[in-house]
Design a protein around this ligand. Structure first.
Ligand SMILES: [Zn+2]
Length: 486
């Protein structure tokens, strides 16, 4: 019996630190106690638990629908990449070199080392070189959902940093630069839409600087979210790869002019990091807060059980659960724990709405409804329960995004002098400043500020005519957002 008691005690412990006081520890506790993920015994790796994977599943379902509309098909490629593939595109190979995990030579591989994919451009484009023959084969649009290995870190931050993670990577081939540009943009807009509509996480859309762009790309578009601790979190990128990979991998097509051409290519991806961004954005000192669209169980029904009238209350709770079936309600009629214990538990786990039914509620033909995000309590007439729950979940989804947008806007500031810039970075702001565009200058800024880097050059409104670089004073090439980052 003692063991059982300990277990219960451990389970009832809520989040023990405040979000504002110690964000990393708070975040880790929320993810662990909401049972989204845990640390693995394998160094650098994480385990995604069913509640966490259900969120990823929702993201996959949502995005697969969008991909279908764009005409992208899913496929799957090997996770082993021969070293010789890597070496075909020099910048790409160099960019990934520090974080590639190698499987040492095996005789049956012809003595060649194999990489565990850190990204799949090279293995996919080897196939593409056989698939693309004519302009009729284009555009070719393929996506894969898979795992990725980047052997750079050993300290895991659940969903944010681990040696192996899950993602999607799209790889498309086009006859013209214009088509490629257009879809690189369509995809980044889809990513922004996913973040805002599904996860209620507002993002800034922009272009990466030369220093921060993808290794081997012509340019990279990015979506950046801004976390409550004043750090940006890159949530997805879409690259115009130009013709470099096509040339390196011998991808070519015969055009309508009957001449041979090198196509244009794009690649784009987002990962399970999105879940981390969502958790940090919305959750609070009580635990996880989930946007209703992402929550598997959108309602928890807790009957308030006394000895008298118990049967009637349980029957009523059962009826309410049946009515609310579209929202996958949890009906918690266990008698092992008190109602208060259950309330805490569902708050830690982030169930969007709680419904309580006690003897008085039956008398008054009503239920008590409590919102997870605001704690707001209301009495809902029994007859209106389905419509009210639906409406409240919609409102909650909209409110979460609106609140996050407000916070993002409050975090943004502009600075044109070095003094104003460093003050704003110290205040953990997202700082919009003119910059010369030189890599060396970015390195200096990063060094002098303890980690501030360029995050995104907005697609509109980044002109910096007549302005001087906030750091070196040279003529500015554009205005760009700076901040520290995850
Ligand atoms: Zn400069």
């Amino acid at each position: 019996m003692a063991a059982r008691k300990d277990l219960v005690k451990e389970e009832t412990t809520g989040i023990t630190v405040k979000k504002a006081d110690d964000m990393p520890e708070w975040y880790s506790q929320v993810v662990l106690k909401a049972k989204l993920a845990e640390h693995s015994r394998i160094k650098g790796c994480m385990v995604i638990r069913p509640k966490g994977y259900a969120i990823w599943q929702t993201v996959m379902d949502y995005f697969n629908e969008r991909l279908k509309m764009i005409g992208v098909e899913n496929a799957y490629f090997p996770m082993f990449i021969p070293e010789s593939f890597f070496e075909k595109e020099k910048e790409h190979a160099e960019g990934f070199e520090p974080e590639v995990a190698w499987i040492e030579k095996k005789e049956d591989d012809g003595g060649e080392r194999l990489a565990l994919r850190p990204t799949s451009e090279t293995i996919m484009y080897d196939s593409y070189s056989r698939w693309v023959r004519s302009h009729r084969d284009l555009p070719l649009r393929i996506n894969q959902w898979c795992n990725i290995v980047r052997w750079e870190v050993s300290d895991v931050k659940l969903f944010l940093r681990s040696r192996e993670f899950l993602w999607q990577e799209g790889h498309c081939v086009y006859a013209t630069e214009e088509e490629c540009d257009e879809e690189v943009r369509i995809i980044i807009d889809e990513y922004a839409r996913l973040c805002e509509e599904l996860l209620a996480v507002p993002v800034i859309v922009g272009r990466k600087s030369e220093k921060e762009k993808f290794a081997g790309a012509k340019y990279t578009l990015t979506i950046e979210a801004f976390m409550p601790d004043g750090k940006a979190l890159q949530c997805g990128t879409s690259h115009n790869l130009g013709q470099g990979f096509g040339k390196a991998f011998g991808i070519s097509f015969v055009g309508e002019d009957e001449k041979r051409h090198t196509p244009w290519q794009s690649s784009w991806g987002f990962s399970t990091r999105l879940i981390g961004a969502m958790v940090m954005t919305h959750s609070d000192d009580k635990g996880l807060v989930l946007p209703p669209k992402v929550a598997k169980n959108k309602v928890a029904i807790v009957p308030i059980i006394f000895d008298t009238g118990k049967k009637q209350i349980l029957a009523e709770a059962g009826k309410v659960a049946d009515e609310l079936a579209p929202f996958d309600p949890i009906l918690d009629d266990s008698e092992e724990h008190s109602a208060g214990w259950k309330f805490n538990q569902y708050e830690v786990e982030g169930v969007p709405l709680r419904i309580e039914i006690g003897p008085k509620d039956i008398e008054k033909r009503q239920v008590v409804m409590v919102r997870r995000d605001t704690g707001e309590k209301s009495f809902v007439p029994r007859k209106e329960i389905l419509a009210t729950v639906r409406k409240t979940l919609d409102t909650m989804q909209t409110d979460l995004l609106a609140r996050a947008k407000e916070r993002l806007e409050r975090s943004m500031t502009a600075a044109e002098t070095w003094d104003a810039f460093t003050t704003a970075i110290d205040e953990r702001k997202l700082v919009f400043s003119p910059h010369c565009g030189e890599e060396e200058c970015e390195d200096w800024i990063k060094d002098k500020t303890g980690g501030a880097s360029t995050r995104a050059i907005p697609l509109k409104g980044s002109e910096a005519k007549g302005k001087a670089c906030v750091h070196c004073g040279k003529p500015a090439a554009y205005r760009v957002y700076f901040s520290k980052s995850y």
